[in-house]
Each structure stands twice: as structure tokens, then as C-alpha cells.
Design a protein around this ligand. Structure first.
Ligand code: FES
Length: 143
């Protein structure tokens, strides 16, 4: 059975609009992952690597979180919109591409990381300007 790590609750993702965390991938590279609401799925949230498929730009940004429009994640750089349930894009410069999905599970309103290809590091974004392994941000928190 797959080990799972509790991330947050579905309610938190829906209330905050998104929830960011950092993992280490199979290549030993830190990757930011965003949980976003998805009304049309039974688990109500999905997880994607926080990178636009067009120009490697972050979709979740510290100042604003994720901008959603009509159930889609809007890229802040050029405006392509990705379906939050499938990760697919059919508009703008990222047309025909799909966000990289990370496996999660939802159990009794709690969201768990179940993807064997990554290891959970911390809630919040990756370090920007230092390499001491500590989180640089608590960007999922709102005051
Ligand atoms: S960087 Fe996202 S659409 Fe161009």
C-alpha cells in the first residue's frame, strides 16, 4: 500500500482558492505543487506542478495565489487557462498542453499526497534565494 502524507483539508483549498506545497522529485529537484479546487471531480481538488507548460512560469504566485476563471487556472504571464479538473489547456499560447499532475487522495475531507514519484518536503513554496533547505514562504497562509 502507498504511504500517504496529509497535506490539508478540502475546505482549506476551497476557502483559500489554492494551497501550495513543495516536494522533491525523482531527479532530486524541488518542485512546487499547487492544490486547486475542482468542482466536477468526486475528490473536489487536484494537484499540479506549479509551472505553466508554455514558458515555465509559476501559476501560483505569492502575492495573489492562483487566479481562477470559469473553473480554470489562469496563467498570469500570457493568460492561458487550464482546466482545474483535467489540467488541459485549449486556449492561448499553451493550447494543446496539459499540466503535470501529482497523485493525491481525499479521505473524509482531508487531502493526502499519494504520489510515489515525489517526497513531501513542506507546506508553502520552494526556497528562492538560499539553499539551506528551509521553506522561504508560508504563502498558503492568509492574514
Ligand atoms: S507562460 Fe503561461 S501562457 Fe505563457
Amino acid at each position: 500500500m502507498t504511504d500517504r502524507h496529509r497535506l490539508t483539508s478540502v475546505d482549506t483549498v476551497e476557502e483559500d482558492g489554492a494551497w501550495l506545497f513543495t516536494v522533491r522529485d525523482a531527479h532530486d529537484i524541488n518542485q512546487e505543487v499547487m492544490l486547486v479546487p475542482c468542482e466536477d471531480s468526486s475528490q473536489k481538488v487536484n494537484a499540479y506542478i506549479n509551472t505553466c507548460t508554455h514558458e515555465q512560469q509559476p501559476l501560483y504566485r505569492d502575492e495573489v495565489g492562483v487566479v481562477m476563471r470559469d473553473g480554470g487556472v489562469v496563467c498570469p504571464k500570457h493568460g492561458s487557462v487550464f482546466d482545474s479538473c483535467s489540467g488541459e489547456c485549449d486556449n492561448g499560447p499553451a493550447t494543446g498542453t496539459t499540466l503535470s499532475e501529482i497523485a493525491i487522495d481525499v479521505d473524509d475531507g482531508q487531502v493526502y499526497l499519494t504520489d510515489d514519484s515525489v517526497d513531501f518536503l513542506w507546506g508553502g513554496g520552494d526556497t528562492d534565494d538560499d539553499d539551506d533547505g528551509s521553506p522561504s514562504s508560508t504563502s498558503h497562509l492568509r492574514f
